[in-house]
Design a protein around this ligand. Structure first.
Ligand SMILES: C[S@@+](CC[C@H](N)C(=O)[O-])C[C@H]1O[C@@H](n2cnc3c(N)ncnc32)[C@H](O)[C@@H]1O
Length: 199
């Protein structure tokens, strides 16, 4: 069953849409076929920038094609490198980052995001986030590395300072326990105390 609303990716996009404004800088950490890059490019407008990362040349080419088709070439930088190096390419603070993990649909299933690399990249992305900015991750535990990735990320988000970050780990009741999960992390605008009240 696919729900166009109650599935991780549509919910991730909805969150991002609430927060990203015209002129913002945002990151697509896993460009793949470029669908999320184009989605983000639509949100940031002509004055904004999307930095889109992928380790596969074919993914970057596919993303560039899709970006061109939508007339967004001036606002997207496609980067053939791991998202772990995000800090080397993104000069400013960002309003949002999206990770759509796993392997490229229709591509080589052996080339997949890797648990430790993903959690290290997540830390780097969180350092770049503006107050109020958001990071979303869609996690696919239906393959072995994805299962490990889910476990590593679940442990990592537990270590985040909850006075500084609001963290949601979402699951959707589906036929399979291995169905995709959503992690969303928003950086606080000001610090919260233990009961969630602004200090
Ligand atoms: C599920 S696909 C992304 C789908 C994409 N967001 C879209 O809208 O079409 C995951 C992508 O992550 C890429 N990837 C794997 N490891 C990566 C890394 N360390 N840094 C950046 N991208 C990576 C894969 O090559 C693959 O294209």
């Amino acid at each position: 069953l696919y729900s166009s609303l109650l599935s991780p990716l549509p919910v991730a996009r909805w969150f991002v849409q609430q927060i990203v404004q015209d002129g913002d800088h945002v990151v697509d950490c896993t460009a793949g076929n470029g669908h999320d890059t184009v989605f983000l490019a639509g949100l940031v407008g002509e004055a904004g920038t999307v930095y889109a990362f992928d380790v596969q040349r074919s993914a970057i080419e596919e993303t560039q094609k899709r970006v061109l088709k939508h007339g967004y070439a001036n606002r997207v930088q496609c980067i053939l490198d791991t998202h772990l190096h995000v800090g080397m390419y993104v000069p400013k603070q960002i309003r949002a980052a999206m990770f759509n993990l796993g392997y490229m649909p229709g591509g080589d299933h052996q080339i997949t995001t890797l648990a430790e690399e993903t959690s290290n990249a997540l830390q780097k992305v969180l350092n770049l986030l503006l107050p109020g900015g958001i990071t979303t991750m869609v996690v696919y535990p239906g393959h072995p590395e994805g299962k490990r990735e889910e476990e590593v990320l679940n442990s990592f988000v537990q270590t985040l300072d909850k006075k500084k970050f609001a963290v949601m780990v979402g699951t959707f009741l589906k036929a399979s326990a291995d169905s995709p999960k959503l992690i969303a992390i928003q950086k606080g605008i000001c610090e919260m105390n233990e009961t969630g009240v602004h200090k």
